[in-house]
Every structure is written in C-alpha cells, then in structure tokens.
Ligand binder design. Structure first.
Ligand code: HPA
Length: 285
C-alpha cells in the first residue's frame, strides 16, 4: 500500500475524480445501491450488527483513504440491508484531530451520495452543554455551530457537484427531524432536540469553554459531524443528525472526563439509538 498523506489539501475541484475512483473500487465488490448512508460515531458501531448480506471494505482498501486511527472506530465502509432497506454504513470516520484534511473528512459521505444515498444520517458521541442533557440523552440535531475553523469547501469549486456558496438555512432537514421524533415515539425512546457545536478536538473542553458554548446557544459539543453535514448540503444530500450525549460537559460533573466513560455511555444508550435509526430508515418515503 502506498503511503497516504492525510493532510494533503483536497479542494472541492478534486472531489469528482477522487469520488469516481472510490465509486469504481466499491463497485468492484458490490452493486448494492444504498437508499441511505449512516455514519456511526464512537461506540455506536453495533448498529452494523443488524446488517444482512453485508460487504465490508476497510478504509485502507479504498483509494486515497488511510486506515482509521481513533479508538472505538473500526474504520470500515459497509454495504448491506438493514431490515431489508439497502444502506451504506460507515463504521468509524475521519476526524480533523487525526490530521486529516477537511476534504478527506467529507469523502465518505460524498461517496455514499455518489453510490445512491439521498439521505445521510450522521451520529456522534457528544458532551452535554444543556444542563438538562445528562449521560444517555439522545438529541436530534436541529442546527450546528461550526467552530472547527475549517471548511471542506475551500479552494476551486466543482460546480457540477454543488454551488460555490451553499445555503445552510436548513442543514438538518426538518422533515427528517420530524421522522426521527416519530420513530422515537414509536420505539418508546426519549429524544431531545438541540444545537450541536463542532470543534477540532482532540482535547475535551475546559469548563470555561463549556460555559461559553452554552452561552452561544449550544446544547451538545463534539469533534465531528459539522463538516460532513456541510459537504452533504453542498452536494444536495439530505442530512439527519443525532447526538448521543455520553457525558455532561466538562465542569458540570465534578470529575475528569475519560474516553472510557464516553465509550461506556455510548454502549449503554447505543441500542435505543439503533432502534430509532432502524425505524427511521424503514419508514423513509
Ligand atoms: N466533548 C467533546 N466531544 C465529546 C464529548 C465532550 O464532552 N463527549 C463525547 N465526545
């Protein structure tokens, strides 16, 4: 395998050729056309257990993709059927804090779109900024604050994929938010709604930052999702987002935060999230 420079800038203008190569590599293994794409955040990988007839492709097998490095992330693209519905799933993702260029961070969701997914479901583990959102809270993302300081759309545009100046008035499709709430009601799962603050990481926040982000209107905070959501809207892919709040934000709980705590809460609340997403996918129009 050749060495991948994960930090090499990938402007939008380079995405079409890269996506064509990725699409060809996937099509060499399966002709399944996904109805939806699902990105599984830290500790949420178990949703993949429900896939049938699945083809699994390690990230490192796909052209231009490095193997995943974050603990709790398997690093595979899966194509298969979830309750009969053809889907693509990303078990793990590329994060900015791993040194990945924003253009690489968003390639998996753009690839899902290219393979046929009209909707992408973004999930993540997050810290609670809203004092009412304790560990185990599921939150539909209504909007986001991109505080990463990065964008996947810097550099020459690819007008055939999307516009130079994409509108972000409704990043998280209102109809999908309604469908998620309906799915949660049917599954007897409690689902909140709120604003996701996306940061670079990899540190968790300071208590002062948690107070600031709360003051800015945030309900949950994490290290992913916002760039993927932006790229989806650029490319005309509809987005649904859910955060699993794995811990209260730094400073609320009175004890230090660990990655193990985050993974454990993800494992505990993961099954409820999985049920909601399965029903959401089953009931897509
Ligand atoms: N902050 C940022 N990202 C996170 C957190 C947090 O508290 N918990 C899980 N992911």
């Amino acid at each position: 395998m050749t060495d991948i420079d994960r930090a090499r800038p990938i402007p939008p203008s380079e995405q079409p050729a890269r996506l064509a190569a990725l699409e060809a590599a996937v099509r060499g293994r399966t002709d399944l056309v996904p109805r939806a794409g699902i990105v599984l955040g830290s500790g949420l990988g178990s949703l993949a257990d429900g896939l049938s007839e699945a083809v699994a492709i390690p990230f490192g097998d796909l052209p231009g993709w490095p193997a995943a490095t974050a603990p709790g992330h398997a690093g595979r693209l899966l194509l298969g059927r979830l309750d009969g519905v053809p889907v693509a799933m990303l078990q793990g993702r590329f994060h900015l804090y791993e040194g990945n260029d924003p253009g690489l961070v968003v390639q998996p969701v753009l690839l899902m779109g290219r393979l046929g997914a009209r909707t992408v479901v973004l999930t993540n583990a997050a810290g609670g900024l809203n004092p009412g959102f304790g560990a185990g809270t599921l939150m539909v993302i209504s909007d986001h604050l991109n505080l990463t300081g990065r964008t996947p759309l810097m550099g020459p545009n690819a007008n055939e994929v999307g516009p130079r100046f994409p509108d972000l008035t409704e990043v998280y499709a209102p109809a999908h938010r309604e469908r998620l709430h309906a799915a949660a009601r049917a599954e007897g799962a409690r689902l909140e709604e709120g604003i996701y603050v996306g940061l670079l990481g990899p540190t968790y926040e300071t208590p002062a930052e948690v107070r600031m982000f709360r003051g800015l209107g945030g309900d949950a905070v994490g290290m992913s999702t916002v760039l993927e959501a932006i790229a989806c809207r650029w490319a005309g892919i509809e987005v649904a987002g859910i955060s699993l709040v794995t811990n209260p934000g730094a400073g609320y709980s009175g004890h230090p935060l660990s990655h193990e705590e985050v993974l454990a809460a993800g494992a505990a609340a993961g099954p409820a999230l999985a049920r909601v997403i399965r029903r959401f996918v089953r009931e897509l129009p």
